[in-house]
Each structure stands twice: as C-alpha cells, then as structure tokens.
Design a protein around this ligand. Structure first.
Ligand SMILES: Cc1cc2nc3c(=O)[nH]c(=O)nc-3n(C[C@H](O)[C@H](O)[C@H](O)COP(=O)(O)OP(=O)(O)OC[C@H]3O[C@@H](n4cnc5c(N)ncnc54)[C@H](O)[C@@H]3O)c2cc1C
Length: 394
C-alpha cells in the first residue's frame, strides 16, 4: 500500500461501502482526497441494507423538513452519476402516499400523509391531494376505500439501488480510489494526528475515517452510539402480476400506504426496465430485533402466504399470490427513527454515518457529498447538524 506524503496510507478511509460508504468514497475522491474504501463483503451485495433492486425517493419527505435539501440534491446527483456511467439510476414514476384511516396514526411517523402534505407545501414541491375515488380512477389496482385519502408527487420515483452503489464505486475507482473488498475491519483507533484501522489483513492509517458499516455498526462504533441502535429484519417480496405492464415505472407510481399501526404499512415499487418481472411489495416490522450474524435470511412459504393475505390481497388487485423472488434486508434504527451522522466521541476524525432507520437511500449521495465536504474543508454546503446527537444520545 503506497504511503502518501503526509505519512498516511490515505487521507480518508471509508469503512463499509454500501449506499453511504460508496457515496462518501466517490465524493471524497472527486474532491481530490486520497480515499481507501474497505468492505467485509463485495458490494453491492445482499447481506446488508442496500440491495433488492429499488428504493423509493420523494422530494416531499414526510419524515421532516430537515431532509428536504438532501433529497433535492440527491435527485440532481442521481442524474449526474447516471450520466457518468451511461445508466438511468432514477426512474421518475411519481408516487402516492396513502392513508387508510382518517389521517392515519402509525406509531412510527404518525399521520404520515398530513406530514407529507405539509412538507410539500412548505417547500413548494409539486404535489396533489386526492380522494380515494380519484386514485382508483387513475390506478384501479389500488383498492382504496372511500374513507382513504392520498397525496401524489410527480417528482418522486425509484432508484436502482445496487446499480447506484456499483456506479459510485466504479467512478471512485476510475478517479483513483483504492477499494478493498472481502476485508473486515476489526478496530478503529484514533492516535495523535489520525486514525489507525486494523483489518483481518493489515493495518492502515488515515487522517480521517468514516464508519458506514450499517447493521454492523455495533462492532466498531462507541457504546455512546451503538447502545441506542437496533437492527430489524425486513422481508421483501416480488409477486407475479396478472398484467406486468400495468405495474411498470411508466404506468404505476410507487405507493407508500400507512395505517393505524406500523404493521399496516405497505410499500409497492413499480417495475423498472431490467428488474425482476414481478411487483415488489414489502411491509415493515420493528418489534423483533436481530443482528447481521443472527438474522434469519430465509423467507418461508408460510411467511409469504401470511404477507399476501394480510397486506397484498386486501389492498392491491392484479397481483397473484405467486412469489417469484424474496429477500431479507436490514434496517439500522435509532431511537427516534431519524439519522445518526456525527463525529464519534473518541475523535472528531471518525465520522459515524450509517444509521438511517430504513429511509436513508434516497438521501445517500447528498449525505456522502456533505460528509466528504466536511472532511475536505471542515464545513458542508448542507446542514448535517439535524443528524447529530451531540453529547446526549437520542
Ligand atoms: C427493505 C428495505 C427497504 C428500504 N426502502 C427504502 C426506500 O424505499 N427509500 C429509502 O430512502 N431508503 C430505504 N431503505 C433504507 C436504505 O436502503 C438504507 O438506509 C441504506 O441502504 C443504508 O446503507 P448503508 O450504507 O448504511 O448500509 P449497507 O448498505 O448495509 O452498507 C454497510 C456496509 O458495511 C460493510 N461492513 C460492515 N461491517 C464492516 C467491517 N467491520 N469491515 C468492513 N466492512 C464492513 C458491509 O459489508 C456493508 O457493505 C430501505 C432499507 C431496507 C432494508
């Protein structure tokens, strides 16, 4: 490993190269920093949080106005990165948020449709509120009852998630970043001027380190952070469509359907070119926590059948019970379901940036750019402070 003039192996070492780490690696290398990226697997892979073909993105982020600048910048970057690799990484299908009660009140985001309405209005995002009948008229496959209501954002869409990770790592490599895969970081220790990173294959030293290890964050983060994080298993299903064309990105928007409890959540992802020929549908669960080593990565036929009966059949027409693909994916959750991006208490030279509570992908290139700017110049164009806990964990 060549040593740069400052005596470091790199300016910055990025540990973990999923959505977050790939973005920082690409951005930091583009800013002229020497970057070494290390991953225990070979990204994009199916063991963490950034796989299963697609992710939803919307400018009207009902999770809170603090996210708006990041997703807005991310929408620009998906096009820049896509153009650089000659691929479409973002498909602008538009999207619905729907609630199945009078306002909805799930335990996680509460009245998510009203929150989305408010963010859209605040930021002047193109957005229309719709009755159940209006949604059914446009998309008869969505079985809204008359007490339901929806918002439609034409600027939303789906991101090709593995392609996006692969593209950023490819561009980073082309710009000179060194990427080491199938290498596990065992310890990250600050010294007087930098940080030492020990792996199962060697030891490296850099001025700055970014920890983007997702669901593995407990292995390397300080107790101050890791004590407040939980990992949850999420199951993803692709069901056979009666008429697949009705669910393609040019005809079907994504759907986020919330209800009375977290267990009522349903997400539907339209089918982009080159993806599995089925309709990707998922729920969310937060009651059972796990870890990357213990998680059950198998989805049984019984689990498929139960999901179809409780979540798909009552709400979506045109999708058969035949599951043609399934995947297990991990959320890394904070106590308040928001993000954690801030220096590690051991050193300002270590930035923790992965825990994104299951809604981070859409923001990832902009978060990567902001973290890289902070390392390169000491400040970022976009304000990362809403994602820091300071001295008190959330
Ligand atoms: C089912 C599901 C659906 C989702 N839907 C959406 C959505 O629609 N929209 C949205 O915006 N977000 C969504 N998200 C959330 C989003 O996908 C995640 O926030 C994001 O992918 C997290 O990326 P990450 O880089 O933090 O984690 P990961 O992609 O898991 O990357 C972590 C990396 O660290 C590596 N690593 C771990 N430990 C070590 C070590 N010791 N040494 C070296 N490498 C290590 C791992 O191998 C891995 O590659 C969803 C998540 C899931 C699971």
């Amino acid at each position: 490993m060549p040593v740069n003039p400052s005596g470091f192996d790199a300016d910055v070492i990025v540990v973990g190269l999923g959505a977050m780490g790939a973005a920082v690696t690409y951005q930091a290398q583009s800013m002229g920093l020497e970057v070494l990226g290390i991953d225990r697997h070979e990204p994009p892979h199916e063991f963490g949080s950034s796989h299963a073909e697609t992710r939803i993105s919307r400018l009207a982020v009902g999770e809170g106005p603090q996210y708006i600048p990041f997703v807005a910048r991310a929408h620009e970057l998906w096009h820049t990165i896509g153009d650089a690799v000659g691929e479409t990484l973002f498909h602008q299908s538009g999207g619905y948020v729907i609630t199945n009660t009078d306002g909805g009140n799930d335990d996680r985001w509460h009245d998510f449709v009203t929150a989305t309405d408010n963010v859209a209005q605040l930021a002047g995002i193109p957005y229309t509120t719709l009755t159940a009948a209006e949604v059914r008229a446009a998309h008869p496959n969505l079985k809204l009852t008359n007490d339901m209501r929806a918002g439609h954002e034409p600027t939303g869409g789906v991101i090709m998630c593995e392609r996006a990770v692969e593209a950023q790592l490819r561009l980073a490599r082309q710009n000179g970043a060194r990427i080491r895969v199938n290498e596990t970081v065992a310890a990250v220790t600050p010294d007087d001027q930098g940080v030492v990173v020990e792996t199962d294959q060697g030891s490296y030293r850099a001025r700055d380190v970014v920890l983007a290890t997702g669901a593995w964050m407990h292995d390397l983060a300080s107790a101050h952070h890791s004590n407040q994080l939980s990992i949850t298993r999420q199951a993803v299903f692709w069901f056979e469509a009666e008429d697949l064309d009705a669910f393609r990105v040019d005809r079907m928007p994504f759907v986020i359907w919330t209800g009375d409890t977290i267990d009522d959540y349903v997400g539907l992802f339209p089918v982009p070119p080159g993806a599995t020929n089925g309709v990707k549908i998922l729920g969310e669960q937060f009651s059972e926590t796990t870890s990357p080593s213990e998680v059950n990565r198998t989805i049984s036929d019984a689990e498929v059948a139960e999901f179809y009966e409780t979540h798909v059949a009552p709400q979506i027409d045109g999708v058969t019970s035949r599951c043609i693909k399934r995947a297990v994916c991990l959320y890394t959750n904070t106590l308040d379901d928001h993000f954690l991006i801030e220096p590690d208490p051991r050193s300002n030279r270590i930035t923790v940036m992965s825990p994104c509570s299951g809604h981070g992908f859409k923001h990832s290139p902009a978060l990567g750019e902001a973290v890289a700017q902070r390392i390169a110049t000491g400040a970022s164009d976009l304000d990362l402070s809403p994602f820091g806990w300071g001295d008190t964990p959330a």
